[in-house]
Design a protein around this ligand. Structure first.
Ligand SMILES: [Zn+2]
Length: 553
């Protein structure tokens, strides 16, 4: 449905503003896009996820998000190699499965004014008389032909490619024979007036110049080959200075799960996406266009662990990605992030992006500090909790949604609206008591000696403590005060002790009125993540909570 339709209507202005606002409310719960009655009509809000260099004492990179507003007239979507048929049966099936959703994205984008470029490589003969083909051919540029190639970007110089694709990447039980099976783009993707058809970066880049395209979204297959490497691929678009992103749920890789690092096919795709975020360009999800939760292949049965993080004290945007990477590589899990600014204060801090991951999460991990949110976003968190699914809370999670005073909607959060808004952002200070069962009262001072972390007598054989040294361990982080816990349903497993003070609970299990099973630890300082016992407890916790979730189904 096109917004311009409404503008042509003769209804009173006020009425159709209300209608537009209502419809946008229905279709874009994630991004709250900026189509308003004035100013930046029709702009596209994208929530970009990327990996940047982190504090090297913690880990090599940090996950960050960046919100950008794009003019659709300066934006293009390239569809890479979504062929009618691939030599690999599994690859063909996945393209068919993904195509209807991609077509939905294209229709929404096209209606907004985004240029659509169909790039089914090696199939140009099929389209030789198509107006879309002629449109692209008009602008072939020798300058770009020289510039564009599959060479790695300078940023990739010392990077390690994450998967072994040397066998062609067929992941089927019976290996398919490599060959040339394609003749055209898959029919499920509609080619409409104004769309271009090309498999040449030199044509596409010149067409972009002509049309004033600055932002480029790559979709299609295969992430680890053509999407990154074609002359119109991610590297080429980055090299010629386009603001390029990969739509990470509208892609698939050629990866055989029997090859290194011998992980699930979809983890293989994910590892390539992570590589791209770190070295090539940011990524987005189709939610930015559809308002729906992101696309997942039906064969992707991995449990989804959603990491929700925004805090500026403990480098959670570095420790959690490193932990998530381990869970993906060694525990068969799918780990995704909803992230806010890793800052203690400043503009844009009261926000979390990509919260739509909660809609199909099997476990939510909270490491958030004093963040207020747009009410719709807080509702996404509350809806997850009300679903009764499990929660893992880490350290500042006890004061996740307690900003210590009102936060005005203007300026504080990302309202992403041209309208003047009023009132306050939503908070949930009761999260600590109601969900975690905690009683956060602040913390003791920084110590010369370590906090002694000990196992509560009788709990030595608890599954959360499997593999943990019976005498406990030491933590350099300052001890949180949580006595007395405020839920009768808590079971404390670890306590922390410092000289001349009563012991404090530092790891416990809680059960909520919504039937959530909750594990909370007040540990989680970036130095705690270097302690093998602590890492073991967190891996144990994730398994314990996911098993609990399965049992309840
Ligand atoms: Zn195959």
């Amino acid at each position: 449905m096109s917004l311009s339709y409404f503008r042509k209507c003769s209804y009173p202005k006020k009425l159709y503003i209300v209608v537009i606002t209502f419809i946008l409310g229905l279709i874009t719960p994630h991004t709250m896009n900026a189509q308003s009655s004035n100013g930046a009509d029709n702009m596209i809000t994208v929530s970009m996820q990327k990996r940047v260099k982190g504090d090297s004492t913690v880990s090599s990179y940090a996950i960050v998000s960046e919100i950008q507003q794009w003019n659709p007239k300066q934006t293009a979507i390239i569809i890479c190699d979504m062929w009618d048929k691939h030599w690999c049966k599994g690859a063909t099936a996945r393209v068919s499965e993904m195509a209807p959703r991609l077509n939905e994205v294209l229709n929404i984008a096209r209606d907004k004014g985004v240029l659509i470029v169909h790039a089914p490589s090696d199939c140009m003969n099929y389209y030789k008389d198509h107006p879309g083909r002629k449109l692209a051919q008009k602008y072939y540029s020798k300058k770009y032909a020289k510039l564009i190639n599959n060479a790695e970007l300078p940023a990739e110089k010392n990077a390690t490619w994450p998967i072994d694709q040397s066998d062609g990447g067929c992941d089927d039980m019976i290996k398919c024979t490599e060959g040339h099976a394609w003749t055209k783009e898959i029919d499920a993707l509609e080619i409409k007036d104004g769309d271009a058809i090309s498999d040449s970066g030199a044509e596409i880049a010149a067409l972009f110049d002509k049309k004033g395209i600055k932002n480029v979204i790559l979709t299609g297959v295969h992430t680890n080959m053509c999407v990154i490497g074609r002359t119109f691929g991610l590297r080429s678009m980055a090299r010629i200075g386009k603001n390029v992103v990969l739509m990470r749920d509208m892609t698939d890789a050629m990866y055989n799960s029997r090859k290194a690092p011998q992980v699930n096919h979809f983890t293989g795709v994910h590892l390539v996406v992570d590589y791209i975020e770190q070295y090539v360009c940011p990524t987005i999800v189709s939610t930015d266009f559809t308002g729906k939760k992101q696309f997942r292949f039906q064969d992707d049965k991995r449990p989804v662990v959603a990491f929700i993080t925004a805090e500026g004290e403990y480098h959670a945007n570095q420790t959690l990605p490193a932990f998530a990477h381990e869970l993906m590589l060694h525990e068969g899990m799918n780990c995704e992030f909803a992230i806010g600014k890793p800052a203690m204060d400043g503009p844009g801090r009261h926000n979390l992006e990509n919260l739509q991951v909660l809609q199909d999460a099997d476990l939510a991990v909270f490491f958030v500090r004093r963040v207020a949110l747009e009410p719709q976003k807080m509702d996404m968190i509350k809806n997850y909790i009300k679903s009764g699914k499990p929660v893992l809370g880490i350290r500042t999670a006890s004061h996740s949604f307690d900003a210590k005073g009102n936060v005005a909607r203007e300026g504080g959060g990302i309202t992403q609206s041209g309208e003047s808004v009023s009132g306050f952002l939503a908070q949930w200070p009761e999260f600590d008591e109601e969900i975690l069962g905690g009683n956060y009262q602040g913390h003791y001072g920084h110590l010369q000696e370590k906090t002694r972390i000990g196992i509560v007598p009788g709990m030595e054989k608890h599954p959360l403590l499997k593999g943990v040294h019976p005498n406990g361990f030491g933590s350099v982080s300052w001890l949180y005060q949580n006595r007395p816990l405020r839920s009768a349903a808590t079971q404390v497993l670890l306590t922390g002790t410092i000289p001349n003070e009563p012991s404090e609970p530092v790891l416990w299990i809680n059960h909520t009125k919504y039937n959530n099973t909750v594990v909370y630890t007040s540990l989680g300082h970036h130095d705690d993540w270097k302690i093998p016992d602590f890492q073991q407890i967190l891996v144990n916790s994730v398994h314990y909570l996911l098993n609990d979730s399965v049992k309840k189904q």
